[in-house]
Ligand binder design. Structure first.
Ligand code: ADP
Ligand code: MG
Length: 248
């Protein structure tokens, strides 16, 4: 039986607004087992990114407990450095440094987080870029790469940190439609390596292909969660049925 690697217990989170605090996560509970791929789906504004960002300690929570690789972080100041040694994030808008080449973008994180020398980090970056299919593009700057290629650099950069949990926030939403499949294929490949992944996405065919377990979030609440095939085949709530009809 594989171990639980990420767990949310009764997590609440609000953001301040002019009209007072707005609750964006309301009693979120879920578990991710080691090696599982979990997808978060649901309409915009439902709290998917906030969930993901909380795992990576980019957001603090108001109540409850989040456990990532045995580290608990509730509402108090968390051991961010330790958390970040376990997780890495792939962002919707790639977030690459424009003044660094693909290889330098990937190498930078390895040097900073892993403390490798420049030479070793560049060699490792090169290996990772080959793995994501960018053998011939390593010395290019982001603005001369396609969106799909930039995102593959983003994936290589995240993998370079050797995370136990890879977090992806809408990794294909900024891409032209014809580039989406390429990036999805790379992520499916990454999943086969056995790494735990938590992915926010609107690509339902990708969810069905990659995900073991899926959560449907709306208005800060998990309306449904379950094994992906089951969730798609027989949604229990009308809201999920409607959502799946719309996005299909
Ligand atoms: P999703 O990723 O599902 O679209 P988000 O987690 O980004 O949803 O957002 C959930 C809610 O929280 C939204 O109503 C959004 O406007 C709000 N929100 C997100 N980030 C912030 C922030 N930094 N400050 C205030 N409100 C925020
Ligand atoms: Mg989002």
């Amino acid at each position: 039986m594989s171990q639980t690697i990420v767990e949310f217990k009764e997590v609440f989170k609000s953001f301040p607004s002019e009209k007072g605090p707005v609750e964006v996560l309301k009693d979120i509970n879920f578990k991710v087992k080691e090696g599982q791929v979990v997808c978060l789906i649901g309409p915009s504004g439902g709290g998917k990114s906030t969930c993901l960002r909380s795992i990576n300690a980019l957001e603090t929570i108001d109540r409850g407990d989040i456990e990532v690789c045995g580290i608990h972080y509730g509402t108090t100041k968390r051991p961010i450095h330790k958390v970040r040694q376990n997780t890495a994030m792939v962002f919707q808008r790639f977030e690459l440094f424009p003044h660094l080449t693909a290889q330098e973008n990937v190498a930078l994180g390895i040097r900073k987080v892993k403390g490798l020398s420049k030479k070793n980090s560049m060699a490792r970056a090169s290996d990772l870029l080959i793995r994501v299919g960018l053998t011939d593009h390593q010395h290019k700057y982001p603005d001369s790469l396609s969106g799909g290629q930039q995102q593959r650099v983003g994936i290589a950069r995240a993998l370079a940190l050797e995370p136990k949990v890879l977090l992806c926030d809408e990794p294909t939403s900024a891409l032209d439609p014809e580039l989406v499949d390429d990036v999805c294929d790379v992520l499916v490949d990454v999943a086969k390596s056995g790494i735990t992944m938590i992915i926010v996405t609107h690509e339902m065919s990708f969810v069905k292909k990659i995900s073991d377990w899926t959560l449907f979030l709306e208005h800060g609440t998990i309306l449904e969660q379950g094994p992906t095939q089951e969730l798609f085949a027989s949604p229990k709530t009308e809201r999920l049925q409607q959502f799946l009809n719309k996005v299909h």
